[in-house]
Ligand binder design. Structure first.
Ligand SMILES: [Zn+2]
Length: 231
């Protein structure tokens, strides 16, 4: 859906050179995945962490190492802290997604503070920092956040070269199309300021056969649009 939305935008954008055009489509695809960073095991989150099985093993190893550390300490064996350090590394590795998201968030906040970057850096930094701790389809999936993000992206890219504008526009097209896609499911999406304001059209269930057919049709329509755009 995100690719199709990006392709539609491209079709109506007059004569964009090939590199910004391709970047717009790619950014739309990425933007279509990003909102689900707030889900522990979404497609995009799974790119940032080990498999469920490995995470379980890492947690086990972490507890085991800490236990060994305590044992070493009690038995007055040399360097019990080595076990504790190993335990900490295993624990962090099992929470790699949290580490990466919050770490990148802190980096953006530092950049905003130290180099007085655009306020989009502040917004993205805070969002990434809280991402591992917020509810799925909560604030990150709210139209308010999408609106603020869109404002930030437009305000930031408006002074940048056309490639950046294409990237920003693609990203936001993908993001909004994701929200539209979620709004037609049972769970829907809701406003964060007015939680009663909820859109759940209940037209589609996640992971059904209908979803696969929609995905295929979206690809077909996208390819048709590319042909119409470039020929
Ligand atoms: Zn979603």
């Amino acid at each position: 859906m995100a690719i199709l939305a990006g392709s539609t935008v491209l079709y109506f954008t007059p004569a964009l050179p090939i590199v910004p055009a391709a970047s717009l489509i790619a950014a739309a695809g990425i933007g279509g995945l990003l909102p689900d960073l707030d889900h522990k095991t979404s497609t995009v989150s799974n790119k940032l962490q080990f498999s469920t099985n490995t995470r379980k093993k890492l947690k086990g190893l972490s507890v085991l190492s800490l236990g060994m550390g305590i044992l070493w300490f009690v038995l007055q064996q040399p360097m019990p802290w080595l076990w504790a350090a190993a335990g900490l590394i295993f624990a962090l590795a099992s929470r790699l997604r949290m580490l990466l998201l919050s770490g990148l968030g802190l980096l953006l906040l530092a950049g905003y503070e130290l180099y007085s970057l655009h306020w989009l850096t502040l917004l993205a930094g805070v969002a990434l920092l809280v991402m591992p701790f917020v509810k799925h389809r909560g604030i990150i999936h709210s139209p308010e956040f999408a609106g603020a993000l869109s404002l930030g992206v437009v305000s930031f890219t408006s002074t940048q070269p056309v490639l950046f504008q294409a990237l920003g526009f693609g990203l936001m097209t993908g993001w909004w199309s994701h929200l539209v896609g979620d709004a037609v499911t049972v769970e829907g999406i809701r406003s964060v300021l007015l939680p009663r304001l909820k859109v759940a059209l209940n037209l589609l269930r996640n992971g059904g056969a209908a979803e696969r057919w929609i995905a295929r049709s979206c690809w077909l329509c996208s390819i048709a649009l590319w042909l119409m755009t470039f020929y």
